[in-house]
Design a protein around this ligand. Structure first.
Ligand SMILES: *Cc1c(COP(=O)(O)O)cnc(C)c1O
Length: 388
């Protein structure tokens, strides 16, 4: 790292996937047909009616100027209606919805709104790296809440040190979970709300996989629990639900004072989401929703293919009821997730993500995604089966 960089950049954990990326490129250069199960990004296209709405809106000069910071009221109304019908949560579009340039943007900026230097944020481990890294970027201290198989990958709130609980300002949560694919029911959220009330902690629940569920499971909104709106907000996104990761549109909903804090930071850093993208977002949220179930049917078949393929290769796999990930324990004969991941890449040409990349408690697992064609998943399983 350059000595010109601020210390906060040096404090960020090393990018553990760099080695994998390099090995992947080396393998490709050698002409190996690499199958990448590391990607958490839908391969399926954005539904055509959403693309059409963007094309129309892009032609309208009134959309060419700076958008408002909080987003178009029409988009926020579409979010509120969608949350009422799909999540059974009532929201005031005026004060309880904030448009984001992708939820990652809002997650990262919220640390600046709530953490003073040295403050504590409780972060799940393993987790989407942004919670921890955005806390570090705010010169604050991430404290891990381990997610273990024994606890069904939920943090044990009773195990949080009482001094840490007293001092913590923020708690990040994410269910359905990336990377473990774990899900929760509302009882868990009730316990979180009680804990947040007791210790005066702001809860930031990240819910981008809320619609990516299978086998009759419905992922609850954190806000569906009584009292949740007093302590927290929920991030959601069009990225995974409507195959729109490249479009950069998401939103946060819930407590208006908390949302205002995030908005205050954003107002001083960005200038809102391109209105034509918001118009397309309205088309997504208010248009026909069968694109979601069509997607789910494809993901379900892929999930079953990968689960069954890995099982017959002798791996121990839990069939996830949400997200597009499998969280798979490494076989006993391997000593680390990196070692197993590298083994699969070098010997089978299959890219996976070592669990350690999501935090120290991710060790012992690898993450595989199903954002790939069914026949590629079959091929990956065939190769892994032959190898193990
Ligand atoms: C994909 C993902 C996001 C990012 O969503 P964007 O809206 O595209 O920024 C946020 N959180 C988790 C856990 C994710 O997996």
């Amino acid at each position: 790292m350059s000595s010109r960089y601020a210390e906060r950049l040096n404090r960020l954990p090393p990018y553990l996937f760099a080695d994998i990326d390099r090995k992947k490129r080396e393998a490709e250069k050698k002409g190996i047909d690499v199958i990448d199960l590391g990607i958490g990004d839908p391969d399926l296209p954005t539904p055509p009616h959403i693309v059409a709405a963007l094309c129309e809106a892009a032609k309208d000069p009134s959309n060419h100027r700076y958008p408002s910071y909080e987003g178009m009221l029409a988009f926020r109304e579409a979010v509120a209606d969608w949350y009422r019908s799909r999540k059974h949560v009532r929201l005031d579009p005026d004060s309880e919805v904030l448009t984001l340039i992708g939820s990652k943007e809002g997650i990262a900026h919220s640390t600046m709104a709530f953490l003073n230097p040295g403050d504590i944020a409780l972060v799940p481990d393993p987790a989407y790296p942004v919670y921890r890294n955005a806390t570090i970027m705010a010169d604050s201290v991430p404290v891990s809440m381990p997610l273990n198989a024994d606890n069904e990958f939920k943090p044990d709130l009773d195990a949080i040190d009482s001094r840490i609980a007293r001092d913590a300002k923020l708690m990040f949560l994410n269910y359905p979970n990336n990377p473990t694919a774990a899900t929760v029911d509302t009882d868990f959220f009730k316990a979180v709300v009680d804990f947040a009330h007791e210790h005066d902690i702001v809860v930031l629940h990240d819910n981008p996989y809320s619609e990516l569920t299978f086998d009759g499971y419905e992922a609850p909104s954190f806000l569906a629990v009584r009292g949740a709106k007093e302590v927290g907000i929920e991030f959601n996104s069009l990225s995974k639900t409507y195959n729109m990761t490249g479009w950069r549109i998401g939103f946060a909903v819930g407590n208006s004072e908390i949302l205002n804090g995030v908005k205050e930071v954003k107002t001083n850093i960005d200038s809102g989401t391109f209105q034509a993208v918001q118009v397309a977002g309205i088309a997504a949220l208010t248009g026909p929703q069968d694109c979601i179930s069509d997607n789910l049917a494809i993901y379900r078949t892929r999930r079953d293919t990968l689960v069954e393929g890995l099982e017959s290769a002798g791996l121990c796999v839990t069939r996830p009821r949400a997200t597009f990930y499998l969280w798979v324990p490494i076989p006993d004969e391997f000593s680390s997730s990196i070692e197993f991941s590298m083994f699969l890449l070098e010997r089978a040409g299959v890219v996976t993500t070592p669990g350690i990349g999501f935090g120290e408690y991710g060790e012992g697992f690898i993450r595989l995604s199903i954002c790939l064609d069914e026949n590629r998943l079959e091929e990956a399983c065939k190769r892994i089966n032959a190898l193990l």
